[in-house]
Design a protein around this ligand. Structure first.
Ligand SMILES: *Cc1c(COP(=O)(O)O)cnc(C)c1O
Length: 366
């Protein structure tokens, strides 16, 4: 049996997504979903689209959605590609821009996928699937951007890597980066740079203009986190039409489902509703930060809808289990660089208060 499967596939260490348990009453703060539902108008548009038309294929190119997004970002529709979540687009970028390495993992910069670490743990998995070489570049101990370094960029950085992923603001650290420092980094690159802005709506700045001004920079966005549409799987990428065309060549014919397109279009017509929610999330983020710091947690400043914390007392993995006993689910990463931390998604105010109470209970029990 074993030789039916490619050795590369047998040896893969697959990406592990956060759990989606169905436990009644669970306070779910482990996968950065938005605590607020989509706008009632978005739900209404999706409901209205559920009829006999489901027998038809959806628009293969997401024409209307791309036009609406192009108007929003002040670019052309051929500078945008929509994906089945931005995860699909990240995988497509690896396939479009990176050469697989020769057996044994040898190869030059053309085979290299690079990102800071810790960062989104899907990137190394995507590189491995493609047979590319993954190059992790450590962040500073406080998870800030490494010092820019000389002409070549930060230490350990390869400006010629075929593809570089920068999560901005970063996950799982929550750290935000300025447009100016991202611009500086992009200018040091000859390969493609993807700025993964999955959490940008909770941040102070975005870097969309870099995708519109540099021919080698792509910005990715998703409707999952800020726009409460994880289930619908809609992400998009913006950049130079030559790079977008390259991605388009390897896109599956009907990669984006029809109801997702309807939901995303309706979302763009109701942005006011979402902007109010961003404000609420940021307020709860400040509240939770203050309260946890009061209990002795180290909390890293966040520009996202989650916080990375170092809990006091018992090890982080114990905290995960103790909170779980109290029906609160957060995220713990086994990876050594961050195994002392928990990542906590920002929920509602009530959920934040319940988390603080539970944490107090765990500390009292010792
Ligand atoms: C959640 C997330 C994504 C993927 O979002 P989709 O649901 O696939 O659109 C991409 N990048 C980062 C850093 C994320 O956290």
């Amino acid at each position: 049996m074993s030789n039916l499967v490619r050795p590369l596939v047998s040896a893969l260490d697959p990406y592990v997504p956060g759990e989606q348990p169905r436990i009644p009453g669970l306070i779910k703060l482990n996968t950065n979903e938005n605590p607020y539902p989509p706008s009632p108008r978005v739900l209404e548009s999706v409901r209205k689209a559920v009829d006999g038309r489901l027998r038809l294929y959806p628009d293969p190119t997401c024409g209307k959605l791309r036009e609406a997004l192009a108007r929003m970002h002040g670019c052309e529709a051929d500078q945008i590609l929509v994906g089945n979540g931005s995860d699909e687009l990240l995988a497509m970028a690896v396939r479009a821009f990176v050469e697989p390495a020769r057996p044994g993992g040898r190869g030059g910069a053309e085979t290299m996928v690079q990102s800071f670490t810790p960062s989104y743990s899907l990137y190394p998995a995507l590189a491995a699937i493609h047979g590319a070489v993954f190059r992790p570049v450590p962040l500073e101990p406080d998870f800030s951007f490494p010092a820019p370094g000389g002409r070549k960029g930060p230490k350990g950085w390869n400006g010629a890597a075929a593809l570089t992923f920068v999560t901005t603001p970063n996950a799982p650290t929550g750290c935000g980066y300025s447009r100016v420092e991202l611009d500086r980094l992009c200018r040091r690159h000859s390969g493609v740079v993807v700025l993964d802005e999955a959490y940008v709506d909770f941040a102070e700045e975005d870097a969309m203009e870099l995708a519109l001004k540099h021919p080698h920079v792509l910005v990715m966005r998703t409707f999952s986190k800020a726009y409460s549409l994880c289930a619908q799987r809609i992400g998009y990428v913006v950049g130079h039409s030559r790079l977008i065309d390259a991605l388009n060549r390897l896109r599956d014919s009907y990669n984006v489902n029809g109801l997702g397109q309807v939901a995303a279009l309706a979302t763009l017509k109701n942005l006011g509703y979402y902007r109010r929610n961003f404000g609420r999330v940021k307020k709860t983020r400040s509240f939770l930060t203050r309260e946890l710091v009061g209990l002795g947690f180290e909390v890293f400043p966040s520009q996202t809808n989650f916080i990375l914390v170092r809990p006091p007392g018992p090890p982080a993995e114990r905290w995960l289990l103790e909170l779980r006993k109290r029906k609160i689910l957060v995220r713990w990463f086994r990876s050594s660089a961050i195994s002392g931390f928990l990542r906590i998604s920002i929920g509602t105010d009530l959920e934040a208060r319940r988390l603080v109470e539970a944490s107090r209970g765990i500390l009292d029990q010792g």
